[in-house]
Design a protein around this ligand. Sequence first.
Ligand SMILES: [Zn+2]
Length: 431
Amino acid sequence: MDTHRNWYHNPLNLVVAFIVLMVLAAPHPIAAFTRSEAVHFQRSIIDYRSRLNPRYKKIKRPKTKYIIVHTAELGLKTTLRVVSRGKRFRNGRRTNGGHAHYVIARNGRTYRILDRKYEADHAGRSMWNGDTDLSAVSIGIELVGYHYAPITEAQYRSVGILIEILQGVYALDDRAVLTHSQVAYGLPNRWHPKNHRGRKRCAKNFNRTKARLGPTWRYDPDVRARRLVADAQLAAVYYSPKQYVAEAQEANVISKRNTAWVIAGEDFDSSTTVYKFPNGRVYTGDQIAAQVGWNRLPAKTVVLLNQEERVERLRDDGPVKTIADGVTAWSLAGRSYNHKTTIYFLPSGRIKTGSMIHDWDDLPVKTRLIVGYKGPFELRKDQSAYRIAGKGYKDPRTIYYLPSKQLVRGHKIKDFTQLQLGTLVFLPTAS
Ligand SMILES: [Zn+2]
């Protein structure tokens, strides 16, 4: 009997202690997802590699040091096309695609765009801890959505599992996971006289905790080493000692604090950035300097990024708006997209209020919408337009949905006696 022997005299106990120490000292945190979750996720990835632009030159990446998260600033359909086939610019210039390794849709579904062994053209002018051209040493993950709109829980789950799998493959810790806005940098411009952060705003709303990532950089290593100048707003997002709540940030609307630079970064004067003024006028970023002046952007101007289509489609033609390729319900209605006073007219003829909409990316192209409305009120024998709308029955803001599925504004209707019964009337909620 040797009951007074210490625990460490038993060789088995020593082995156990050694294993416990190894686990605690390991560079990776304990897995946040189970093995079966990872296997199931991997099987569910949709292989989109065959859609890659054949002109994209595949180059094997010798080293992988980072995982970079982006927000696409677009809906699903356009994101998949742009990352696979390339971007189109209004001057005819095109890129060759290959702009991400993975795309994660709003419902969490994940697409493989390019084999992860190749370089993707996703980070542009970038720097982290002295490394430059991060596309050559990183994986790029694109989240469908906007940097000023919430990322979905389903996306956080998928991106969390995907990151964990990739961290295992490339032996990366949580500090290797960064967002595009964190690593992009710009050359001197009208806002900054030196090389600087703030070129991109991409994924600044990415909440690491929701992706089950652990602690990260408390400072920007390139700003600390004076290679770059900080961007005040991004520094507040990423390095403020107070936990900055990313979701509470302003949307894509110009105000004193929310300048074109804060919303669009280096894309502020791009031909693919569109400015919708409160008076309905539409300008592209490259027109502002000459036609308006950067100091004269009116408050409440809406800023849309990555608009490759003709701007005429975005011109504000009254309260009825239409979802198009690259124009989502979020870019038209913002936070109101799922309010009950936002009313959607689907191409099928169904009418839904925003509170019936699961996510803005689920709505088909050609869906029309009106924001800030109540109804429908049905025209019946005993219920005329005047009974429904009062003096506002001829108002341009009163909307009539005809049985032919046409949406007509009150002032466009010539003869109210000719309106068919069953026509639905929608009235603005704000007086
Ligand atoms: Zn990006």
